[in-house]
Design a binder for this molecule. Structure first.
Ligand SMILES: C[S@@+](CC[C@H](N)C(=O)[O-])C[C@H]1O[C@@H](n2cnc3c(N)ncnc32)[C@H](O)[C@@H]1O
Length: 312
């Protein structure tokens, strides 16, 4: 993918997630599972007061504000879309949490922060939209301090995506750019992360898509009755995509899950605050052949051989 294409995808994605239609369909929380899943991720990452957290591709700031309110940490949100950033700032001010939050426009593939600035990085439903995932992963590792945490929640795709979904709309709707859990793990390992815990949250995705389908029908009805004017916007592609998404989620091709590496390696130096606990946990668990609460542990490059989901 060349640089122009890369920029076009980011801009298109940001514009899409700033649009009135997306606001109508999703509200301010632009990921499956809502703030309950965000809070779960924050709890599992051990967020707490005095920590500095970065939310990469924070959208309209709902998760950042929630994490600051719930855990008392300082959260910086970064998003490509300037309108999203403004909405996030307004939300934080509205909720009286501006002193614990900061928002700025920027690119996940070139984070505007010094090395080792944050104690934790989260990114929800966004990694899949980044055209250059390897660079984004390296950037996340760079801005994290030693003994810090990463929590990603994202769309996953197993196998090859049908051709009709490999469109630009498919990309900004997080499907066309999504990878398998193994691919995400491999990309993150190359960036220096290790000791992964993976959770399947496919049900949350199904619920969100079903909800979007219901709302699309309501929007169509309102347009038909002349109560809503969407201008040139054609709802039919969105309806088709949502219908296809339900089929693909139900058949297991498309999913949603979180990945939490429990260590960041910098060169030969490894920081893994929970390495011993992880080893004990791993020993206690049976490795299942499905994508549900799995540990991916070991040396970079080893994961593919130990990972039971590996098809290679
Ligand atoms: C599906 S939304 C998720 C937003 C937010 N994380 C949430 O869960 O509510 C995807 C977000 O990624 C942002 N985005 C896409 N590419 C980006 C990039 N390269 N850098 C920063 N943000 C990006 C979009 O602007 C959009 O807000």
């Amino acid at each position: 993918m060349d640089e122009v294409e890369n920029r076009e995808i980011k801009l298109c994605c940001a514009t899409f997630y700033e649009s009135d239609l997306v606001r109508m369909l999703l509200g301010d929380v632009l990921h499956p599972g809502g703030l309950a899943l965000t809070e779960r991720l924050g709890r599992l990452m051990g967020l707490g007061p005095d920590q500095r957290v970065l939310d990469v591709a924070c959208g309209r700031g709902a998760s950042a504000v929630h994490l600051a309110e719930r855990f008392g940490c300082h959260v910086t949100g970064l998003d490509y879309g300037t309108e999203n950033v403004a909405a996030a700032q307004a939300l934080a001010a509205d909720r009286g949490i501006a002193r614990l939050t900061a928002f700025r426009q920027g690119d996940a593939e070139a984070l505007p922060f010094d090395d080792a600035t944050f104690d934790a990085v989260i990114s929800e439903c966004s990694f899949c939209t980044f055209p250059d995932k390897a660079t984004a992963a390296t950037e996340m590792a760079r801005v994290l301090r030693p003994a810090s945490r990463l929590g990603l929640a994202d769309i996953t795709v197993s196998g090859t995506l049908p051709e009709d979904l490999q469109t630009l709309l498919g990309w900004v709707a997080c499907v066309a750019g999504a990878g398998t859990p193994e691919e995400y793990v491999a990309t993150l390992e190359k960036a220096g992360f290790a000791h992964f815990t993976v959770e399947d949250q496919r049900d949350a995705l199904l619920e969100m898509v079903q909800d979007v389908r219901r709302k699309l029908l309501a929007v169509e009805l309102a347009v038909g009755l002349g109560k809503l004017d969407l201008g040139e916007l054609d709802l039919s592609e969105g309806k088709r995509l949502a219908r296809r998404a339900v089929d693909l989620i139900e058949s297991g091709v498309v999913g949603y899950g979180s990945l939490r590496p429990n260590a960041v390696r910098r060169g030969r130096f490894e920081t893994c605050p929970y390495a011993c606990a992880e080893r004990t946990l791993r020993a206690a668990r049976n490795q299942k052949s499905e994508f549900r609460r799995q540990d991916y542990s070991g040396e970079p490059g080893e994961t593919t051989t130990r990972n039971p989901m590996t098809t290679r």
